[in-house]
Design a protein around this ligand. Structure first.
Ligand code: GUN
Length: 177
């Protein structure tokens, strides 16, 4: 779909098509629909980013809390969103050894206990070793730094999900179909 087609969507269709670019947070795109028309793909991405940046701390934490754990309960029960399932599979999270599943569970629990929200990383940009390393390192950060870092990762995930839905040309502008 090109950016002109995105701009032509009703808000119902806009939310149906783009609703999960931020995991389980369709309110984000429901809010930016009124910013149409988007001139380019980057313009759409910037509107999403600005909406997230303008949220109070509790809203940013809420976005993080809508993310499932990597290699966690939702993966085991088959209740991940399609996007999260594909991303976790790309990072090998669906094929961990029992020892690594236990390690991820322990580190995810430690992270959540410390911060009150789950560890979020752009899984498509890392492999298993990188994710485990970041998870242990980031457990040692301060809370404010981790909210900011988690939100940065949400935006990277969002960009990749948007790219899968909306065409971008080499200049960064949306191409015609
Ligand atoms: N990275 C990419 N997708 C996800 C997700 O659904 N959850 C977490 N925690 N990280 C991700």
């Amino acid at each position: 779909m090109d950016i002109a087609s995105v701009n032509a969507l009703s808000y119902e269709d806009f939310v149906d098509v783009l609703g999960n670019v931020v995991e389980r947070c369709p309110i984000v795109v429901a809010a930016v629909w009124s910013r149409r028309p988007f001139v380019t793909f980057d313009d759409l991405e910037a509107a999403i980013s600005e909406f997230i940046d303008a949220l109070p701390l509790s809203g940013k934490e809420g976005i993080l809390r809508c993310h499932p754990d990597l290699a966690g309960r939702d993966l085991r029960s088959g209740t991940l969103t399609q996007e999260s399932s594909d991303e976790q599979a790309a990072a090998g999270m669906n094929a961990l050894s029992p020892g690594d599943v236990d390690l991820m569970a322990r580190l995810n629990a430690e992270y959540k206990q410390r911060f009150g929200f789950p560890f979020v990383v752009c899984a498509r940009m890392h492999d298993k070793a990188g994710i485990l390393r970041q998870l242990s390192e980031r457990c040692r950060n301060g809370r404010a730094a981790e909210v900011a870092r988690g939100i940065e990762e949400v935006k990277k995930i969002c960009r990749l999900r948007l790219e899968a839905l909306v065409r971008v040309n080499v200049q960064g502008d949306a191409a015609k179909l």
